[in-house]
Every structure is written in C-alpha cells, then in structure tokens.
Design a protein around this ligand. Structure first.
Ligand SMILES: Nc1ncnc2c1ncn2[C@@H]1O[C@H](COP(=O)(O)OP(=O)(O)O)[C@@H](O)[C@H]1O
Ligand SMILES: [Mg+2]
Length: 284
C-alpha cells in the first residue's frame, strides 16, 4: 500500500460523517428536462430551512453556476480541479450569496474531462473520493449532471447515495429511461451497491396542454410512489430567473414555480427523514 492509498481510506470519523451526509445526483441524460433548475431551487429551499448544502456543477455548460450568479469570469477552480488535480472540496468551493449554500462551479476545462478520464486510474471514483472527505461539512450534496450518460455522470452515480430524476411532462417523457435504469443497475453491480432512486419529479407541467395529465399518469404508473406528489408547473418566472443570476426563489418568491419548489423541498426532506427513521428503527 502506498502513502497515496492510505490517504484515500477514510477514518472512522470520516465514515460516520459521510453516513450523515446525503449525496444526491440529479440525473437524466436528456437535456432541457429541468435538472439544473431543480438542483438550484431545491438547494436554495433546503438552505433556507437551515440545511448545509453543497451544489456540484458537473455539467461543462455550467448552468448551475450561472444560475447562482457566477458567470464564467467569476469562476476559478471548480469540479474539474476536484476530479483531476487532487484538490479537496475546501480548495475549490465558492460560497453563494445564499447563507448555508456553497457551490463547486463548473470549470472551462471540464469539457475535456471526459477524454482525460478514459485513460485515468480509478476513473469512475474520483468525485466520490473527493466528496467523501468533505461530507462532514454538509447535510446534502446535490450533483447537477450533464445531459449524457458519460464518465462524468458515472462519477456522480458512483459518488451518490441516491438519484433524483427530473422528467419533463411531454410526450417523450419516459424515452431513454430504460437506458438510465440499466446504467443504474450496472453501477450498483460494479461500484455502488446501495445506490437508490430517491425520487422522480415531474417538471414543466402545462395544465393547458391536454396531454400533460395523461403523461403524468403514465409516469406514475411506471414509477409508482417514487414519483413526488409535487409537480413543477411550467412558469415563465422560472425560465427568467437564471438570466438574473438568481434561483427563482430569490427572483420571485411568490410565483407558482417558487411555491412548487418549496413544496418539493418539504416533500424531499420528509422522505429523507422517513428514510433515516426507518434505518434507525432497523438498527435498534
Ligand atoms: N418549471 C419551468 N417553467 C418554465 N421553464 C422552465 C422550467 N424548468 C426549467 N425551465 C427552463 O427550461 C430550460 C431547461 O431547463 P434546465 O433546468 O436547464 O434543464 P437541464 O438541466 O435538464 O438541461 C431552461 O431554459 C429553464 O430555464
Ligand atoms: Mg443542466
């Protein structure tokens, strides 16, 4: 065993801290389904109720970083350096203007990461190693994944305890879900046996579109109780907020989009609390 190996083995304090932090990958390989919007606003709503939250912007497009007002020029070290330069979360983290909410921004170099990872050692567990070491500082770590099932997404799935899957309410909502589920199964078999689906959230629901109800009930039939009761409506305020560098919760707290993300956060936290109680009861 080399010195490097011993550095990556967590001690018991670190293991305990890791068990108390929940790492959630927000994933769907389709673009434009609401991953980033859900990450940014769920994180904001949880920070608002006192949770210590870290967002990891793992998409080279950097929309989560921009969504918190961090333009490319404002970004220094980020998720690329976390995965490749052996830097720790503390080295690369940026505080957002929201108390209790920090972000690891997407770095410009992340776009080339995919190619570099192909030939690197432990290519699937780089994010996991880095996040595990800093788990003590956070209650929740939300990873905003890129729109593809690539090696960066694989790193997120290996690092995560559970997945949150946003599905846009549209005719093709379930398209691609079987490849996502196959990927999850493969990750469970090889790297991360405990990976769960935390929930599925329906986004951009349009009540004027006659198809919306039908699509939503198809998704509920497919995923059952994994689907959140809270449905995120299509709301223009949600789409305006990023251009102001703000989560919609700060841009217009009273709009339907903000209300729905606050509902989602309370449903999410309730689900998390029930899960923790079930584990405690099983251990007792
Ligand atoms: N509930 C919503 N109502 C209106 N527009 C939305 C809503 N959710 C997301 N959008 C917009 O849809 C686009 C795609 O959303 P985004 O969260 O970036 O998806 P992804 O991260 O999956 O690619 C963005 O322009 C976003 O502002
Ligand atoms: Mg995105």
């Amino acid at each position: 065993m080399t010195q490097d190996d011993t550095d990556t083995i967590p001690n018991s304090d670190e293991q305990q801290a890791r068990a108390q932090c929940r790492v959630i990958a927000v994933v769907n390989q389709k673009g434009g389904v609401g991953k980033t919007t859900t990450t940014v606003n769920l994180a904001t709503a949880m920070a608002a109720v006192g949770k210590r939250v870290l967002v990891v912007d793992a998409d080279p497009q950097g929309n989560a970083s921009t969504g918190f007002g961090l333009s490319r020029a404002d970004r220094g070290l980020g998720s690329y350096e976390l995965m490749f330069d052996g830097m720790s979360v503390e080295d690369v983290v940026t505080q957002t203007p929201i108390p209790g909410l920090a972000i690891i921004t997407s770095s410009a170099d992340l776009a080339g990461a995919e190619i570099q990872l192909v030939n690197s050692e432990q290519r699937e567990s780089r994010m996991s190693a880095a996040l595990n070491r800093s788990a003590k500082d956070y209650d929740f770590i939300l990873i905003d994944c890129p729109p593809s099932l690539n090696l960066i997404t694989l790193n997120a799935l290996v690092a995560a305890d559970a997945l949150l899957v946003p599905l846009q309410v549209e005719f093709y909502a379930l398209e691609g879900i079987s490849s996502l589920l196959q990927t999850v199964e493969a990750v469970r078999n090889r790297f991360n046996p405990d990976l769960e689906i935390q929930g599925v959230v329906l986004t951009m629901f349009d009540k004027r579109n006659g198809l919306s109800e039908a699509v939503a009930s198809d998704v509920r039939a497919f995923f059952g109780p994994q689907v959140y009761e809270t449905v995120i409506p299509r709301n223009v305020r949600v789409s305006e907020a990023p251009s102001h560098g703000k989560p919609v919760l700060l841009y217009d707290l009273k709009c339907p989009g903000s209300r729905s993300y606050m509902h989602l956060a309370s449903e999410f936290l309730r689900r998390e609390a029930e899960r923790a109680e079930a584990i405690a009861a099983a251990a007792a």
